[in-house]
Design a protein around this ligand. Sequence first.
Ligand code: ATP
Ligand code: MG
Length: 399
Amino acid sequence: MGKQVEPLGNLPAETTNFIGRRHELSEAWNSFLGHRLVFLVGPGGVGKTRLSLQLAAQRNRNFEDGAWFVELAEVRDPALLAGAVLAALDLREQGAADAATTLYGHLKDRRLLLVLNNCEHIIQPVAKLVSKLLKESPGLRILTTSREPLGLVEERVVPLPAFALPGIDDTDLGRLRLNEAVQLFVERVGAASGRFGLTDDNRIVVVEICRCLDGIPLTIELAAVRTRVMTPERIRSRLGQRFSLLTAGSPAVLPRHRTLEAAIAWSYDLLDGHERRILRQLGVFAGRFQIEDVEALRRDPDSEAGTADVLFSLLDKSLVVRDLTAAFPCYRLHESMREFARLRLLESGEAETVSGRMTEHYATKCGQFAAEGRYRLADWLAWTEIEADDVRAVLAEFR
Ligand SMILES: Nc1ncnc2c1ncn2[C@@H]1O[C@H](COP(=O)(O)OP(=O)(O)OP(=O)(O)O)[C@@H](O)[C@H]1O
Ligand SMILES: [Mg+2]
């Protein structure tokens, strides 16, 4: 196949404005001058995935064969790693060759940027794959994101910190408007609740919210979205109470992951019973899901709220993310949210029932695929594309 018909990548469209990070974007890009493997490392929710997408989109044209994004958050089994990269590249295993061999063969003479997102849980297999890929494909550059580095000599680690905190005593509106945490909060409040700008009247409350949330983008977004139903003052005081409970007995600043956890728990506690129930049930999905998959987990005939309504409400609150890359409307949880939902599901004592229903649901769907696949292949392939990680997760239980 000639290079001119090669697709230029699979980067998902961004649905919200990207804020700041000029320094980190150029640091990450400049790191590629001396290294072929750049590693974005930082705590949960800090913006690693978002930054990697932004960088890939900005630099796509520097790569003849494009920039490709591979989501690894759902890949738990090392044996499926190479296959997941192949699938993201829109390729399949060929004939007798296994996924890894096909992958090495395909990438050998390409000039492309591969983004491997969320590698923390399969760090060793990723390190092995990446080492071999870099050796065999001189035109390849790899950008990875993870909460910890791979530990390879070739890698250049770029730490991604939270946004700098705005000064509590800063009265200069111009300077505060340049602060990334403030910008993100103001922008997301505007998107959620209509026009919103930083003024002398709301300056202190906005700064306090950003500071209390440690400048972590995910937590700032969760709080901003709440302004639909709560004033910023109310958010500040509720968050204040919550965090003072957490720090009771120890005046030390909360570590970032506790802030994130607490902010997610705060949003969760503000949900109604139906929403909470569905959100924690969503923790059983390994990857993307569609509305009908969520419906299959629910068998409470007395429940009044429709599943779709609840899902849309969670979407509205930024607790569920819409995935725009697939052929059908589908959704996912942010990685930190999924971890949280899983824990809550385990605590609720419903985990076994819910995963039983999930298994049953996917078994039925796979049975339908077997029966209809011959004459509705295109539909079913699109379905597999979205649901493969969930099917794998179900299969893994039977190993
Ligand atoms: N620079 C930014 N501009 C706008 N939004 C951002 C920015 N950075 C992060 N966000 C938003 O914050 C949220 C968390 O970001 P992201 O998913 O990139 O975090 P992460 O570091 O990859 O987290 P995890 O370790 O859990 O995978 C997302 O909704 C993202 O859109
Ligand atoms: Mg991420």
